[in-house]
Write a protein that binds this ligand. Structure first.
Ligand code: ADP
Ligand code: MG
Ligand code: MG
Length: 204
């Protein structure tokens, strides 16, 4: 299976819908261990992504992802804008040169995104950040040879849930240290939304 530009677009537009619907929930997660703006950041950023990509005709997947990356970097304040921007930019770069994304290249792109996040955030796995969803997902995809929506969904969900027991070492939640244990990491929940909508797209 290959993802065409219009399917990548659909993925991002559906993700936007989830960010709008769950804006208050994401904000409440960030109120518990951060500064309470994560829902606002994601909803604003993805609304801008929608405004940019919806009216644009794309002939290759790389360009949709690049516009998404640039929009998130420039429109989202806080840590998450540059981080999600970096992830989408790495994915875009990995997929450069082909019109559509085949599984192999997509999987490599998610790995590159995970590595980009580590570098940009100076974070490791287990430090209660969005990296704790992206890296396990990259590992999982590398072990596969085709898109499997159900498995992508369940992998992303368990990775997101695992952040609850972690003690934050990076980002604002790190100020709380062990008091962050028992709370989900907001950026990991947003990352779950991205992979959960991807799962829906590949199931169609
Ligand atoms: P801010 O913390 O600047 O208010 P957001 O609330 O939008 O930005 O995003 C917070 C999320 O960003 C966290 O839940 C975490 O997943 C992610 N994050 C924060 N710092 C880092 C980092 N250094 N590396 C990776 N992810 C990070
Ligand atoms: Mg915040
Ligand atoms: Mg903030």
């Amino acid at each position: 299976m290959e993802l065409q530009p219009r399917e990548i677009k659909q993925w991002l537009l559906q993700a936007n819908q989830l960010f709008q619907e769950n804006k208050d929930y994401l904000t409440s997660l960030d109120q518990a261990i951060g500064d309470g703006d994560h829902g606002i950041n994601m909803a604003r950023g993805f609304q801008e992504v929608k405004n940019k990509i919806e009216p644009t005709e794309y002939t290759n997947v790389s360009d949709v992802l690049k516009d998404t990356a640039m929009t998130l970097m420039s429109k989202v304040g806080g840590a998450s804008g540059p981080l999600f921007g970096t992830a989408f930019l790495k994915l875009s770069t990995s997929l450069k040169g082909a019109d559509n994304a085949d599984f192999q290249h997509f999987a490599e792109g998610i790995s590159a995104a995970g590595e980009g996040l580590k570098q940009r955030g100076k974070a490791e796995q287990g430090e209660k950040t969005m990296i704790d969803v992206w890296l396990p997902m990259a590992e999982f995809l590398k072990s596969q040879n085709e898109f499997s929506g159900d498995e992508i969904e369940s992998k992303a969900k368990s990775a997101m849930e695992a952040t609850k027991d972690m003690s934050a070492k990076k980002g604002r939640a790190a100020y709380l240290g062990d008091r962050s244990v028992g709370h989900l990491d907001p950026g990991s929940v947003s990352s779950y939304y991205l992979f959960s909508t991807l799962a829906e797209i590949v199931k169609k």
